[in-house]
Design a protein around this ligand. Structure first.
Ligand code: 6PG
Length: 241
């Protein structure tokens, strides 16, 4: 596990974009394509904007295959849609090889089954999909993607994407499951703001129940685990940082 602390959210975004681009360039050189699952929420927006602004000509984006780590059960043009956020900040500015959106305009179970089929078509029908990079954020309650504390998705081991009812939000979300995260060649968490400090401390230094802080369940078996955080989010971690 690699913990990288940046003074400001802007420095975090610059570093995350640089890391994304260098991983993509290396992976495309080695294996001809870069399969990445984008994170939703607000933190990754700045990273996607830096990628669109500074890296449009720095790598062969036509070899980048874009997936999503999770999605809200709303249409793709809804203000809460993670796809819409990624389209506005990145995907409408550069031409990627393919975009695999979670079709959450469908009923959740149907959308999850459709995405499962899409993953199995792309990565192969049997083995767990092995992404080159999965980006994740962190909620103040320790959730990541839409793997919320004490929700059913945390126990799924035979599917790669599920519709996950989140009672405290009064909604259902689609999310990649833990086996997919732990099969990834790399998982990078992007975390900013003092509101995340307690959850981050619990995840990196605490011994709370794994189901209470689902991001603690993420340990790629043979991949990199990187926490890219700003100084505010790192505020409760043990020094020296
Ligand atoms: C989502 C994300 C979710 C997000 C965290 C942090 O769909 O919202 O997948 O896991 O990463 O809630 O969100 P912020 O980056 O907005 O703080």
């Amino acid at each position: 596990m690699n913990l990288l602390v940046y003074e400001t959210p802007e420095e975090l975004a610059e570093a995350a974009a640089r890391d994304f681009a260098s991983r993509a360039e290396e992976t495309i050189y080695e294996r001809g394509r870069f399969a990445v699952a984008l994170a939703g929420g607000s933190t990754p927006k700045a990273t996607y904007e830096v990628l669109a602004r500074n890296y449009a000509n720095e790598l062969d984006w036509s070899k980048v295959q874009v997936f999503f780590g999770d999605e809200r059960t709303v249409p793709p043009d809804h203000e809460d849609s993670n796809y819409r956020m990624a389209r506005e900040t990145l995907l409408s500015h550069i031409r990627v090889g393919s975009v695999h959106r979670m079709r959450c305009e469908l009923p959740p179970e149907e959308a999850a089954a459709a995405y499962e089929r899409e993953l199995r078509e792309f990565f192969g029908p049997d083995d767990v999909p092995r992404f080159d990079l999965i980006l994740g954020g962190l909620g103040e309650d320790g959730h990541t993607l839409s793997l919320f504390p004490e929700t059913a998705a945390l126990d799924v081991t035979d599917r790669w994407v599920v519709a996950n009812p989140v009672l405290k939000l009064g909604t259902t979300r689609l999310t990649l499951t833990i086996p997919v995260l732990n099969a990834s060649r790399a998982v990078t968490f992007l975390v900013a703001g003092e509101g995340k400090a307690d959850a981050l401390k619990e995840i990196l230094e605490g011994d709370a129940d794994l189901r209470a802080y689902p991001a603690k369940l993420v340990h790629p078996e043979s991949g990199d685990l990187i926490w890219m955080v700003d100084r505010a989010a790192a505020g409760s971690l043990k020094p020296p940082l």
